[in-house]
Write a protein that binds this ligand. Structure first.
Ligand SMILES: Nc1ncnc2c1ncn2[C@@H]1O[C@H](COP(=O)(O)OP(=O)(O)OP(=O)(O)O)[C@@H](O)[C@H]1O
Ligand SMILES: [Mg+2]
Length: 449
């Protein structure tokens, strides 16, 4: 039964009840005249009707209030849901202002994002203003006057008439006139992410009026949701930036360890060709041919890398053949004797990323020997234990001071470590000046690591 029917039923029942009691009493008591009974009946009926009307007016008012509240909650829910659909920070900030404005029925809205150090407004995102209006407005506000009052206190601000408020500093030229203001902070775990400002509340007739306390409560609830959405978008942006940096590091590492080392090898080969031009032109010619071939290979590698963004130098040939290829190149550029020991079949099972890591470590170690060691003997051995695949590259060159290693500007030694650790292994480098350098790298063999 709805309230309307209930009201008339209550009136009818009270009339019937009063009538029954009064007329029943008059029937029993013969001393009371019927005129008296009718007059009392009339008075009681009017009283009962008025009481019922007053009571039901109160009930209807409460009902309206509950209805309005549930409508607001539904609008709040929709607005919050809209925010969760966005992940891009700029879009989230814009939707926060747009949704807030719709939710509280304000003509204009703005979101001020603060600069961390100065607490001045850094970004000012608006809603309800046409691009033309925006264009003639000039620079966005920095946070003086009433906007600043919210920034300073961190407390909501509700002003029925902006022009009459002592904190107001007036509007700049070309600014649309604004009368009422409601502002709330958007905070996440005590950190103010921004301040939300709404101006000119519109009543159902479309007239500008003041914001109510309910509007403020609603906007404060919305600000909590907005804070989560903004923080979420900020985290997303940070993680994207981190991924980008990691990708950049990986590109740098791949280029350094692969293609740059190949080109460096070509440089060494051409240098030797230059020396043997006079005495042994045939050898020089052979070296130039070899350099051209290596440069073409480097171009192919670079192209392959750009196409699938993976270092290709080891190819599908497997670790042993990959190392053998490196050794052939190495022999062409140095006078050192190289010996490789170890068998291939134990390495067949090794997952590609791990053999690739060992290959790159081998490549950098050999490049370092060619560049820095002046060694006459290089020994490379590969062997397996139950848990690990190990590779040792030993040279009898000039060695270097380990303490100074961290201070060097090269990337090679650091890359070796990064590559080994990225697959759960490690690298140990030991060097004695005048005796040589040993690079010992290992990667896990089975799935346990
Ligand atoms: N086998 C080695 N023999 C002698 N010195 C070495 C050897 N390996 C590394 N070094 C020394 O350690 C330094 C750091 O090596 P690293 O590979 O990190 O850098 P780089 O080779 O100089 O430059 P990059 O590898 O970035 O082209 C080298 O500059 C060199 O002085
Ligand atoms: Mg190096």
């Amino acid at each position: 039964m709805n309230t309307h029917k209930l009201k008339y039923t209550a009136i009818l029942l009270s009339v019937l009840f009063i009538g029954a009691v009064l007329f029943g009493f008059a029937a029993i008591n013969s001393t009371t005249s019927w005129t008296q009974v009718w007059s009392v009946f009339g008075i009681l009926i009017v009283g009962a009707i008025l009481f019922n009307l007053w009571l039901f007016r109160l009930i209807e008012q409460r009902e309206d209030e509950v209805h309005r509240r549930s409508e607001q909650m539904a609008a709040l829910h929709t607005a919050a849901l809209t925010l969760t659909k966005e992940i891009d920070l700029a879009t989230v900030l814009q939707s926060v202002v747009d949704e807030a404005r719709t939710l509280v029925k304000a003509q204009y809205g703005a979101l001020g994002v603060l600069e961390k150090e100065s607490n001045y407004i850094d970004q000012f995102i608006v809603s309800g203003i046409t691009p033309q209006q925006r264009a003639v407005l000039g620079t966005p506000p920095r946070g003086h006057g009433l906007l600043g009052a919210l920034i300073k206190t961190g407390e909501p601000i509700r002003v029925p008439k902006i022009s009459e408020d002592p904190r107001s500093v007036g509007f700049p030229p070309n600014h649309p006139p604004m009368r009422s203001l409601l502002g709330v902070p958007i905070a996440f775990q005590g950190e103010i992410l921004g301040d939300l400002y709404l101006t000119d509340k519109l009543n159902p007739a479309g007239k500008v009026t003041a914001f109510s306390e309910q509007d403020q409560q609603l906007l404060e609830m919305f600000a909590t949701q907005a804070a989560i959405a903004i923080k979420n978008a900020q985290f997303h942006r940070q993680s994207q930036q981190l991924t980008l940096l990691q990708e950049r590091d990986r590109f740098g590492m791949d280029l350094h360890d692969g293609i740059i080392q190949s080109i460096y090898g070509v440089g060494l080969s051409l240098e030797s060709a230059l020396h043997s031009f006079e005495e042994d032109p045939e050898d020089a010619k052979r070296r130039v041919h070899h350099s051209i071939e290596s440069l073409n290979q480097a171009i192919r590698d670079l192209r392959a890398y750009i196409l699938d963004l993976r270092p290709r130098q080891m190819g599908s040939e497997g670790l042993m053949s990959g190392l053998n290829r490196l050794i052939t190149e190495f022999r062409a550029n140095t006078l050192a004797t190289v010996q490789l020991t170890g068998t291939d079949h134990e390495l067949q099972e090794l997952p590609q990323p791990r053999s690739m890591a060992l290959f790159h470590i081998g490549q950098e170690a050999l490049a370092n020997i060619a560049k820095h060691a002046r060694a006459t003997q290089v020994d490379i051995s590969l062997w397996c234990t139950d848990e690990r695949v190990l590779m040792e590259i030993r040279d009898n060159g000039k060695g270097f001071e380990m303490e100074k290693m961290n201070a060097t500007i090269g990337h090679g030694l650091a890359n070796m470590q990064t590559r080994a650790r990225s697959v759960g292994g490690d690298v140990d480098i030991s060097s004695v000046v005048g005796e040589g350098t040993t690079v010992l790298a290992w990667v896990p063999r089975g799935s346990r690591g």
